[in-house]
Design a protein. Structure first.
Length: 55
């Protein structure tokens, strides 16, 4: 099986990929997949504030 992903666009923090998978004979799946780049430190800071507010 072969899987591939190709970046087809970037808008702000969002990266869009065109993906597909093939077996020995044919295409078995394809689609578009979006990912968002996350600043982990900022994300964790917001989570910690929410947790503190719940106490």
């Amino acid at each position: 099986m072969i899987a591939s992903a190709r970046v087809i666009g970037v808008e702000g923090r969002t990266i869009r990929f065109r993906v597909e998978a093939r077996d020995e004979r044919e295409l078995i799946g394809d689609g578009v997949h979006d990912r968002v780049v996350v600043n982990v430190a900022r994300f964790d800071e917001r989570v910690q504030r929410k947790l503190a507010a719940q106490r």
